[in-house]
Write a protein that binds this ligand. Sequence first.
Ligand code: NAP
Length: 279
Amino acid sequence: MSGVLVVGGTGTTGRRVVTSLRERGAAVRVATRTPADGNPEHVRFDWGAPDTHGQAMAGVDRIYLIAPNGVAEPGPPVDRFLAEARRAGVRRVVLLSSSAVPEGTSGLGALPGLVRAAMPEWCVLRPSWFMQNFVGEHPVAAGVREHGEIVTATGRGRVGFVDAGDIAEVAVRALLDPVPHNTDHVVTGPEALSYAEAAAVISGVTGRTVRHRAVSTAEMTARFAATGMPPEYAAMLAGLDEDIRHGAEDRVSPVVPTVTGRPARSFTAFVSAHRNAFT
Ligand SMILES: NC(=O)c1ccc[n+]([C@@H]2O[C@H](COP(=O)([O-])OP(=O)(O)OC[C@H]3O[C@@H](n4cnc5c(N)ncnc54)[C@H](OP(=O)(O)O)[C@@H]3O)[C@@H](O)[C@H]2O)c1
């Protein structure tokens, strides 16, 4: 093995992948639009500047891949990227997809098929919703911090919230294991919770009352659109809430313990470790 290029290597999952690869002694290259001066691991990579791709992938044989952010049709640029990677000697790609993205021929749904077709060794990660959405910049986190409220159109539907650290551990096994996984992994936490149940966990751990307010899909679309999102994108996001309301994410998979050999982190453990982020 020569090295791993981590696309999105400064992001929520990617930076955890980088840390874990480093701990295992793998040669890591962190793809970023803004490489830090003097950091030999950093390499400039911008989806919008294809001339940065060749240098970023030179000398690596594996890639952790996240889709271009906010691009309506990521298929064509990802297809070109994969073809260039294959020519450069890359054999294995681990793609971060999502449990909420159905396989398809357009949008994010096209990417798993492209990776399977391009690479002899591959893995598609299909995580459920990240626990990290409750902290940091995500709208769910802002609602908790600013109003003690989580507003969704998910009703009583449950979600197998998963820690980004667990996703990264599965990704690292898929990148480094001698035998390629060549499969899709649905990655969840150890339990499925409704947003009301998640709010109750946050209240119980932090002592600050947090509530879930269930709204209709139409109201959720309007709320997303009011933040400046294009209407179609707002409707698509609200539609994902509706899918949750109908049970699409109400499942728990054994992938984290099976692949990593340790249990998936619980939501209570996550909230306890981040208790200051909720106030
Ligand atoms: N949040 C959830 O609940 C959830 C659930 C399932 C799946 N997902 C999937 O997770 C993916 C996002 O992964 P993540 O959360 O690990 O990433 P993230 O935290 O959203 O990080 C974004 C990364 O993308 C890089 N980036 C942004 N624009 C770029 C560009 N033009 N060219 C190259 N790099 C660029 C950033 O690097 P620099 O800024 O350093 O350039 C950063 O490393 C999405 O595809 C989403 O569908 C999310």
